[in-house]
Design a protein. Sequence first.
Length: 392
Amino acid sequence: MFNNRLCTRRQAIRLGVTAVSGLGLAIGAKKIYSRQEIQSSDYQQKRTAQDFAVDSQTPLKIRAASKGLIYGAAGNYPALSSDANFKSRFVQECGILVPENELKWYALRPTESSFDFSKGDWLAKFARDNGMLFRGHNLVWNQFMPEWFWKTVNKQNAEKYLTEHITTVAKHYAGQVHSWDVVNEVIDPKHGKPYGLANSPWLDFLGPEYIELAFRATAESDPNALLVFNEAGLKYDTSEHEARRTSVLKLLEHLKSKGTPIHAFGTESHILAHETPFNAKKLRTFLSDLASLGLKILITELDVIDQKLPADIKVRDIAVASHYHDYLSVVLEEKAVMAVLTWGLSDRYTWISQFSPRSDEAPVRPLPFDSDLQPKLAWNALAKAFDNAPKR
Ligand code: XIL
């Protein structure tokens, strides 16, 4: 899906990241935006900056931890290894680090017979040295595979490659990983495959059993990691997302009934700021259905895409903060939710600049901190949602 510079509209819709739209306000700020400005926002529920006021600058990781939650973000090697100010913000706010790209096949497997753990190891050490947990993302996906994969892997050898990859990588990081995204974005009922599985070389070569194989191989290689099924496109009240939710639940029920070691579900949360907000009741029901299967839940890859919001930064920031707040307020009601992970921390480094840029070419503002590393209303929204979340 991401082999091209920009994802296509259809791909982005599936992800939940299509069509959309800092000024670090401010802790306990006075009202600084007029009603009129706010009403020009597309976001239906009109808010003011003051609606996001919180009483202190206590970092997100601490606010989350006081409710039994983990807060963290995706970070990448180029940013964290070279930008000291970003690095200190990251350490200050995050209780867990997710390598944005460094553990994907294309990054770890320069050739068919070699593994390059250098950047992943740097990130794992960075997390450890700074008291952060470390997440594995990801072991099985059909995107961001190295070139050699497509030429080399076939029906005859696929099981060997899959098992060897998982065993080598999961053993290498065993004891250092809080949770592994074992499979990533494997559902797409539109493809008409069993269990609503998406087209993938793994499905072609190994059949639906590749999922179970992957979880079992990971469990054997790192018995202490929490094993996560990470999936996109589940939050909206559309027939497409509804079909995806149904497929996910059926597949998980099937896998659990076979004793597959799946411990948690990651629900990707790339929110489109210009979209109609989700249906809270349906989202809550989906999460409680997951919890009923005995699964923990992680809110993964959270960001709010401001691609299609008006240019006015104040309007944009209020809309983005509103989405963060409203989404989190609903999902955090579910006590099985154990972690919230934003896909990046600061607008200085976000995949949205490349994958969902604005047509007016204005810099995008999807994350809690602006590009000067100052907290935005989005930060306040997260802080507030954690403060109001029930304890777990
Ligand atoms: C994205 C990264 O953020 C980009 O830097 C990279 O170029 C493409 O991948 N779903 C996922 C993540 O599971 O791995 C993707 O990350 C975003 C969508």
